[in-house]
Design a binder for this molecule. Structure first.
Ligand SMILES: O=C(O)CCC(=O)C(=O)O
Length: 262
């Protein structure tokens, strides 16, 4: 298991704007998390469909959660498996902002090209912001894995505009970027983690296959980043004290037990 990144991995993230860490999370935890997610009534109640397009396009299904709680999803987000590498990448401790459970079932939609700092420019001065996708199901080109424009993190933040329920990067610039940078489909096995920079252009196609592609996405901000709002966002955590594998396992099992008890 990788808890700390090598200098080569850090250099690769800085160069390409993303890094895949294979088997970042123990397999038994991933299996349990998916099992919990599939039968969790609170998750089901919080899940919504987003129309990420101006007009045509299939809706995208997801759950958004600001801040951590005491549940299994948060435990993985606080784990040393994710927090240590994120801290290595910024050479700083990291704060959690929000996480998503993306429920990309067959015939659900994708995302248009955007930068996550395209959104979070409104809160933070620096693009020292990263997201980590943790695959719960296999993510393949066929079921709409995340795709990135490798190296586009060096463009800086582009203008964004609203398109349906998402913010999309300036389409004319994206057209240049698609020509200039290699488009990489980030295929992942369950438990792999994809770390991606706040300024990398990324998107995903609709899932037109017959397999589901569920994932968690955790958003972290470098602790030294400056908030440009009068008050820091309520959901922004203090620098995270990472949980050990044993602590994560304990919380995941407690979550599973609380669901069977009800
Ligand atoms: O899950 C996906 O396909 C894309 C998610 C995404 O682009 C995001 O959370 O910024």
């Amino acid at each position: 298991m990788t808890e700390h990144l090598t200098p080569e991995q850090i250099a690769s993230f800085e160069h390409d704007g993303y890094l895949i860490v294979p088997s970042a999370i123990d397999r038994d935890i991933i299996e349990r998390l998916l099992e919990i997610a599939h039968s969790d009534p609170e998750l089901e109640a919080d899940s919504k469909y987003n129309q990420n397009y101006d007009d045509e396009g299939i809706d995208t299904r997801l759950v958004y959660r600001g801040g951590f709680s005491e549940d299994a999803y948060s435990a993985v987000g606080k784990s040393e498996w994710l927090v240590q590498p994120a801290a290595n990448l910024w050479n700083d401790s990291v704060c959690h902002f929000y996480h998503l459970n993306t429920q990309k079932n067959p015939n659900t939609g994708g995302w248009q090209y955007h930068q996550d700092y395209g959104y979070h420019y409104r809160e933070f001065l620096y693009p020292d912001f990263l997201s980590v996708m943790v695959a719960l199901d296999p993510a393949t080109k066929e079921n709409g894995c995340l795709k990135v424009l490798k190296g586009s993190n060096h463009l800086g933040r582009l203008e964004h505009r609203q398109s349906g329920s998402q913010l999309i990067a300036d389409e004319a610039r994206v057209a240049f970027a698609v020509d200039a940078f290699e488009e990489v489909h980030c295929e992942l096995a369950p438990g792999d983690a994809l770390f991606f920079h706040g300024n990398i252009l990324h998107a995903s196609n609709a899932n037109l296959s017959d397999t589901s592609r569920w994932a968690m996405i955790y958003a972290y901000v470098a602790a030294g980043n400056t908030c440009v709002l009068e008050e820091p966002p309520a959901d922004l955590s203090d620098p995270i004290e990472p949980l050990s594998a044993g602590e994560v396992r304990h919380t995941v099992e407690a979550h599973a037990a609380s669901m069977t008890a009800t």
